[in-house]
Write a protein that binds this ligand. Structure first.
Ligand code: NAD
Length: 356
């Protein structure tokens, strides 16, 4: 039976498909842009940014290839000065969550509109959430100013994403939908999108692992990422995202890989308190047990499932538990220190998930 709910959609314009990068100039003009600066990471990202600048033609105001993981404030400040020097009136970001983070941080400070072309499955493009790092601490805020005005999903931009990065990035997307399924502010529309997002992604990732150039699988994964990012944007996060943020900030662990190793354990912790969510996840991934099924999926993709292999020190477990409890996110199961310690100990060793 449908329970009472509140449905609050975020403004979004999404252009999805193959070859959609060709829309970028028209989309910039639609937003009133006359000088567009393209943001990316350095290296391969910069070459891609130059291609996008080519599509912008006379609107192109240059490339700023400075994005870095976890959106360091000092990078944002130097990029802001570079953007202002060009007189740009619109931001165009091409890349994964790191580039999109820079774009959002610039939009926060400048109010410039954003067009985002995601090349991973992290989902940041669909959320009003910005995480920034200053003096080794990552803080997260929700602000409608950072939500991109237009998102152009072009499957062709994802074909070069290596299979291993696709796997963990896809698991990161699944983590968004998992927590949306038991979010205290969920609603029936979110449930539909989250379950479909998990199903599309879970079916696509093994095919991408077998053949990273499989355009049909890439299309499913990108569509799944859109759905998973969308539900993250309209619900509040719980224990799993809290732990991922704590570990990422404290030990500088890689973002998507940390989500991947933690997810089965956060799910097992919450399973008894969120049976409907677990049932939907089981159905989406076609596995009898949701947390075990997610663990097996990640293992089958060759993901590293031990936090110790990602660089977390064992003695960091207690400090991480303290930090997670100091400023907790809402969660279906109440948080207790011994349960969290057991959860992290299993994830640290890379064991199979188990309710603790
Ligand atoms: P990323 O942007 O750092 O990209 C991962 C790697 O993949 C990089 O080396 C990048 O150069 C490479 N890459 C990206 N696209 C490629 C492509 N098509 N082909 C080849 N290589 C490619 O990582 P990410 O996981 O996408 O994003 C992580 C960041 O995003 C973190 O800082 C995280 O906090 C943030 N994030 C934010 C939100 C939000 O809602 N605010 C959501 C998810 C992630």
């Amino acid at each position: 039976m449908i329970q009472n709910f509140i449905y609050q959609a975020l403004p979004a314009r999404v252009v999805f498909g193959s070859g959609t990068v060709s829309h970028v100039k028209a989309e910039a003009e639609r937003l009133g842009g006359r000088r567009a600066i393209v943001l990316s990471t350095p290296g391969r990202g910069e070459r891609l940014a130059e291609d996008i600048a080519g599509h912008l033609g006379s609107l192109g105001a240059g490339v700023c290839a400075r994005a870095a993981m976890h959106t360091p404030v000092e990078v944002t400040e130097s990029a802001l000065a570079a953007v202002q020097e060009t007189g740009a009136d619109i931001l165009v970001a091409v890349g994964g969550g790191s580039t999109i983070g820079l774009s959002k941080a610039l939009a926060l400070r400048s109010d410039l509109p954003q067009i985002v072309l995601p090349t991973t499955y992290a989902g940041s493009e669909m959320t009003p959430v910005l995480g920034e790092t200053a003096e080794g601490r990552k803080t997260t805020q929700r602000n409608p100013k950072v939500l991109p005005e237009t998102v152009i999903y072009d499957v062709e931009l994802t074909l070069t994403l290596p299979a291993s990065v696709s796997a963990t990035s896809g698991m990161n997307a699944i983590a968004h939908a998992v927590e949306a399924l038991y979010a205290e502010d969920g609603n029936p529309v979110v449930l539909l999108m989250a379950e479909e997002g998990i199903a599309r992604m879970a079916r696509a990732l093994p095919r991408i692992g077998a053949d990273p150039s499989d355009a049909e699988a890439r299309t499913d994964a990108l569509y799944g990422a859109f759905l998973c990012g969308s539900v993250l944007g309209v619900t509040t996060m719980a224990l799993h995202h809290k732990l991922a943020h704590v570990l990422g900030g404290m030990f500088d662990l890689p973002h998507a890989e940390t989500h991947t190793a933690l997810l089965p354990h956060s799910m097992a912790y919450n399973a008894a308190a969120a049976p409907d969510a677990m049932e939907r996840i089981s159905r989406a991934i076609d596995a009898p047990d949701a947390s075990r099924g997610i663990h097996d999926l990640a293992m089958s993709l060759g993901a590293s499932m031990a936090l110790r292999d990602l660089g977390m020190p064992e003695e960091g477990i207690d400090a991480a538990v303290d930090e997670a409890l100091a400023n907790p996110y809402g969660n279906p199961r109440p948080l207790d220190a011994s349960g969290l310690r057991a959860l992290l100990a299993r994830a640290w060793k890379g064991e199979a998930p188990s309710a603790c």
